[in-house]
Design a protein around this ligand. Structure first.
Ligand code: SAM
Ligand code: SF4
Length: 334
């Protein structure tokens, strides 16, 4: 175990304290969601990816600095061989309180139980459409039935809640709000809409975002009345609501219409070991040579602190100053 003292929190110049680390375990994917990545893409070679030992070493360095919440993502994380081993390695690191996973669900039916048994407790499955044609149009692949089987397998394995993430895109989401909501209510899932962000390969424009208030209006019209949850946290990325008829919860991540940059507590580690202090960061710090070369933990910890200290105010998507990062979402880790 790496001995690092917990001295002061991972803070930036705006006073934001960081405890949340998203780790991409691969840039590969078995879907090609149009809002996330191009159809043709060159993936990293296996040797370029951080090994499980290198990822674990980074978490061991980050945990004493105040990182206590981890989410594994990608690319499609379930394409990384033997992911439950990584989960086991991370959950036992002192200080780590919460390990989650975001997946497209295609391979989840086979992996839900081993992941749960390894100690994973939180799972988000991305599913934007229940209509097979629309699913194919968005993902450029088939697989809706496998995703649904994966979601149900996650419930059976014991994950509670299982959250469903749906990207909110005008022209698509209007048709899917009610079917997704009914599906979630029927199976005891927590549905969360994420406003479409400019981080994919296709041309983004504001007009393509189906906004939080529109989703809420539609849910109330077509499904059931909603009220903010009792433990509503205005600083949390997801605005959370509960159905008045007891039908469970719905969340909306309004990254465009209600950016949560000023309460952001996240950093990201890409599959090849680049540290990013924002999803939309234009600069990153290459930690792989240090993790691979056996650099002193204090040196890596200092780079993490410096990178966070230098974090900008926010993504500025709603201004003319916004610059889209060169990496698309699958290569960052959503
Ligand atoms: N492959 C996994 C999945 O799809 O869940 C994990 C990686 S994916 C990049 C993580 C999340 O980012 C997914 O929920 C996906 O819908 C979301 N995402 C990707 N591109 C997005 C965009 N342009 N705007 C909003 N969310 C996006
Ligand atoms: Fe793959 Fe997830 Fe991106 Fe879709 S959103 S292409 S499933 S990484």
């Amino acid at each position: 175990m790496i001995a690092l003292e917990k001295t002061k929190p991972l803070i930036d110049t705006f006073g934001r304290v960081h405890n949340n680390l998203r780790i991409s375990v691969t840039d590969r994917c078995n879907l090609r969601c149009t809002y996330c990545m191009p159809e043709e893409v060159t993936f990293l070679d296996k040797g370029e990816l951080l090994t499980f030992e290198e990822i674990t070493r980074f978490v061991e360095i980050a945990a004493p600095l105040g990182i206590d919440k981890i989410r594994l993502t990608g690319g499609e994380p379930l394409l990384r061989r033997d992911l439950p081993s990584l989960v086991k390695m991370i959950v036992r690191i002192p200080g780590i309180k919460d390990v989650g996973l975001t997946t497209n669900g295609l391979l989840l039916a086979q992996q839900a139980q081993p992941l749960f048994d390894a100690g994973l407790r939180r799972i988000n499955v991305s599913l934007d459409a229940l209509d097979p044609g629309r699913f194919r149009q968005l993902t450029r692949r088939d697989g809706l039935d496998q995703v649904i089987a994966g979601i149900l397998a996650a419930k059976r394995a014991g994950f509670d809640p299982v959250k469903i993430n749906a990207v909110s895109i005008r022209g698509v989401t209007e048709h899917e709000v009610a079917p997704l909501a009914h599906f979630a209510r029927e199976h005891g899932l927590e549905l969360r809409f994420i406003e479409y962000m400019p981080i994919g390969a296709d041309a983004w424009e504001r007009g393509k975002v189906y906004f939080a208030h529109e989703i809420l209006d539609q849910l109330e019209r077509e499904v059931a009345p909603l009220a903010p949850v009792d433990d509503y946290d205005p600083r949390a990325p997801a605005m959370e609501f509960q159905y008045a008829d007891g039908g469970g919860r719905v969340g909306i991540i309004a990254s465009i219409s209600r950016p949560f940059c000023m309460s952001c507590n996240r950093i990201r580690l890409t599959a090849e070991g680049k540290l990013r202090n924002c999803l939309f960061a234009l600069d990153e710090v290459d930690l792989k040579p240090l993790l691979r070369g056996g650099a002193a933990p204090q040196r890596i910890a200092e780079l993490v602190r410096k990178n966070i200290w230098e974090k900008w105010e926010g993504h500025e998507i709603n201004t003319a100053r916004f610059i889209k990062p060169l990496r698309t979402m699958h290569a960052i880790g959503g």
